[in-house]
Design a binder for this molecule. Structure first.
Ligand SMILES: [Zn+2]
Length: 170
């Protein structure tokens, strides 16, 4: 297996087709394809192999040494074979790699969220530039705002503090 294959977010679902290292811009570009054979419709969960078309997504990934990393991800659109499903065509999902419509990989987003939660917008932006992420403060704050709220825990025991205007009366 080629060395750059180990850098991919998922070796099980992605195959490295080619790579390009640009020393002038410090950019590493990895051209990868999805290799999952069967995918499920996101609406009805019916599995299908019937390909409609292919297209390319550009995703920012974690930087490698001093190189920024971009994934050119070739993904497919599939027909849903369930005749009663409202979704006729859908794009394959790669939850181990990225979210639908996202412009960065999940692991890169997780890194930015960790920076944003620790430092906030302005300081997080300064650190992200120092680490080679080149991310704006508004992006960090947007990613934090997208996080789900923590679950509300119902207390099992309630304590009530004693209160009295006069001593020995409660
Ligand atoms: Zn469907």
């Amino acid at each position: 297996m080629e060395f750059f294959q180990y850098l991919l977010p998922s070796q099980d679902y992605l195959h490295l087709n080619q790579w390009k290292l640009d020393h002038s811009t410090h950019q590493l570009t990895l051209v990868v394809s999805s290799i999952q054979r069967v995918t499920a419709c996101p609406l009805c969960q019916t599995s299908t192999q019937k390909i409609h078309s292919r297209y390319e997504r550009q995703l920012k990934d974690l930087p490698c040494v001093q190189f920024g990393v971009t994934l050119l991800l070739r993904v497919r659109k599939f027909f849903c074979v369930n005749p009663v499903c409202k979704r006729r065509i859908f794009t394959e999902r790669l939850p181990q790699v990225t979210l639908p419509w996202a412009r960065r990989t999940c692991r890169f987003a997780e890194r930015l969220i960790a920076i944003g939660l620790a430092l906030g917008g302005a300081a997080g932006e300064r650190l992200s530039h120092r680490l080679g992420h080149r991310t704006a403060d508004s992006t960090l704050l947007y990613l934090i705002a997208q996080l789900p709220l923590p679950p509300i825990v119902v207390p099992k025991t309630l304590g009530v503090d004693d209160f009295a205007f006069r001593k020995r009366q409660s």
